[in-house]
Design a binder for this molecule. Sequence first.
Ligand code: HPA
Length: 271
Amino acid sequence: MNPVDEAAQYLRAHLPSLPETGIVLGSGLGAFADAVEDSTVIPYRDIPHWPASTAVGHPGKLVAGRIAGRSVAVLAGRAHLYEGYTPQQATFAIRVLGVLGVGSLILTNAAGGINPAYRPGDLVLLSDHINLQGSNPLAGPNHDAWGERFPGMTFAYHPPYREIAQRCAAGLGFVLQNGIYAGLLGPSYETPAEIRYLRAIGADLVGMSTVAEVIVAVHMRMKVLAISCVTNMAAGMLNQELDHQEVLATGRANAERFEQLLRSIVAHLHD
Ligand code: HPA
């Protein structure tokens, strides 16, 4: 059996019910997993073939249960390309959720702000992305049961979900910015010249995740919503070096607001 099906089979046997909505937590958001009710917690290491997450701030567990009455699978920890994972490994979790029948996917991440209107702590709804990771997770033979050879990406960030997210943010009194995410390989942060280049090609944010996951989710016809927390202004925008500890601290400082928004979005997603 292929590794994705094996992992899916393991989860079918260990979860009391199948999730409809997948939620991937970025750095600093791990506490959101505690908001899951009637939860079943499965450490990644127990799931066949599931890549371990090695990045600081990514504990590595799947928490299935309910949030606001919806059946969810929360992934606390993701595999990044910069950890040395292949594009297939980095998107393994998304494939498994797709095979389990998850139809909506909410991705969160920490990102550097390129748009000068952003401030650290801002939450930004992704409207599009630019793939600069140097790979595409669909390269190689296409598995027709999963999706088509040439999936369109025009509506990758499901417009009705974006409207729902905007309404939820307004209801909570937040400003939810909109932006285009440039996904890079990392793990070094960008140079100031790279940030000027990214701004020139239309990016508002830069990060090291999400893009490959979105491509795989769209391949599997999932409806995707993605939100970034601006944890820092991108390199060269302020006259200071980037500091990963600061990135994590800003993520944590804004986690509660982010989690409130996520909860509200999950509650309204299928309205
Ligand atoms: N660049 C890339 N990835 C990031 C950044 C950044 O400035 N901040 C958080 N993730």
